[in-house]
Design a protein around this ligand. Structure first.
Ligand SMILES: Cc1ncc(COP(=O)(O)O)c(C=O)c1O
Length: 398
């Protein structure tokens, strides 16, 4: 009855896991979910007020498909301020979140059998979105030795005559690792003038813990590559606006126009009052963002301190985003106290949820086994409780 496409489609694993944790909590279990990928603090007040004001003014009707002109202008202003790169407003369009933007881009760029390079560990939705565009995800596996990052060598080995797009994400979900300027420059030199598009998913770009306010961008490192780079961003994480559904694309006007057309035939347009809120987010004061990053930095530090003390797991300190990529290789082959065999990351997370009430996402969902992803955008007291439970779970394994 359903299409082949629908049959092939897997539900988002992280969303499914969060839903399971919520369901167990509803049944009365004492659950701490570290499976979520969103900040636990509210949208900043000035932004909520701007959205509310737009509603009160009756700003509730269809708007142009590519987005509100003032929001498109605000996005390119931010790109100029943050990255020093110049774009015109007509090189920007607004979609319903970064996820929707990446989906649109792949729909308008890919022909059947084109290849999309998705370095693993990857954000769960990239391969599924490539497949929905009838393209083939090509997955180079990035090892711990390269801090789980794509190298020029791995990239060269993944490129073929069919490569249409490479997706980069720094800071990375799930590893929290950040590409340095030099690493981006080296990747750029492989891609310059190949005609391959680079989707740079910059959604965590301001969530960085080395004191810098933003991570380096590949479009800054190579003028020759710049025309091939599609800058994808969103207000979801930076301004804690996940439910407002606002994402942006900046780059080649042909791609921007095609995405806006695609959008006009699928969702018509974005949400007008939400877009007004996003204008305030981008143009208003940014202090709350820096304060939020300080809160995250403190949680990260406390969580890492405990995790480094747990014998049996390993961790490479993340430098950005709000995830810890926990290496559970040494727990594989062991048994839990209820005699459950740990054969892979899914067994580890299922055991941890059942026995200690802590939800984490199995690494296999990000294309890499023997890891789990811990999301630490939760209150520090809860986080510390969860870290203690992870310690108990790991030490109970035999
Ligand atoms: C790497 C990455 N890209 C994109 C998204 C989607 O964000 P949005 O809410 O803007 O659609 C997420 C959300 O978790 C993400 O982690």
């Amino acid at each position: 009855m359903l299409s082949e496409r629908a049959h092939r489609l897997k539900p988002s694993a992280t969303m499914a896991l969060s839903a399971k944790a919520q369901e167990l909590a509803r049944q009365g279990r004492d659950i701490i979910s570290l499976a979520i990928g969103e900040p636990d603090w509210p949208t900043f007040t000035n932004i909520k007020q701007a959205g509310q004001k737009a509603l009160d003014e009756g700003f509730t009707k269809y708007i142009p498909s590519p987005g509100l002109p003032e929001l498109r202008a605000a996005v390119v202003e931010r790109v100029k301020l943050d990255l020093g790169l110049n774009y015109e407003s007509n090189q920007c369009m607004i979609g319903l979140g970064a996820k929707h933007i990446i989906f649109n881009i792949l729909q308008v760029l890919c022909n059947p059998d084109d290849e999309v390079i998705v370095p693993a560990p990857y954000w769960v939705s990239y391969p599924a979105m490539a497949e929905l565009a009838e393209a083939r995800p090509v997955i180079p596996h990035c090892p711990r030795e390269t801090q789980f990052k794509l190298t020029p060598d791995l990239l060269k080995r993944s490129l073929s005559a069919k490569t249409k797009v490479v997706i980069l994400n720094s800071p990375n979900n799930p590893t929290g690792q950040v590409y340095s300027k030099q690493e981006l420059k080296d990747l750029a030199s492989v891609l310059e003038r190949t005609g391959v598009w680079v989707i740079s998913d910059d959604i965590y770009d301001k969530m960085v813990f080395d004191g810098s306010k933003i991570v380096p961008h590949i479009a800054q490192q190579s003028e020759k590559l710049r025309g091939q780079v599609l800058l994808v961003n969103s207000v979801s994480k930076t301004y804690s606006m996940t439910g407002w559904r606002i994402g942006s694309l900046v780059g080649d006007k042909r791609v921007v126009d095609a995405c806006a057309n695609y959008q006009s035939q699928s969702v018509s347009c974005g949400v007008p009052f939400a877009q007004r809120g996003a204008v305030e987010a981008l143009r208003g004061p940014q202090e709350e963002v820096y304060k939020a990053v300080e809160v995250l930095a403190s949680r990260r530090k406390s969580a890492l301190k405990i995790l480094h003390g747990i014998a049996g797991v390993d961790v490479l300190d993340p430098l950005g985003a709000f995830y810890i990529w926990l290496d559970i290789t040494r727990t594989i082959g062991k048994k839990t106290k209820t005699n459950r065999q740990i054969g892979n990351s899914a067994d580890f997370s299922a055991g941890l949820l059942d026995e200690q009430g802590v939800a984490v996402v199995p690494g296999i969902e990000f294309g890499t086994e023997c890891f789990v992803r811990i999301g630490y955008a939760v209150a520090e007291s809860k986080l510390m409780d969860a870290m203690g439970r992870i310690g108990q779970f790991v030490s109970s394994l035999s």
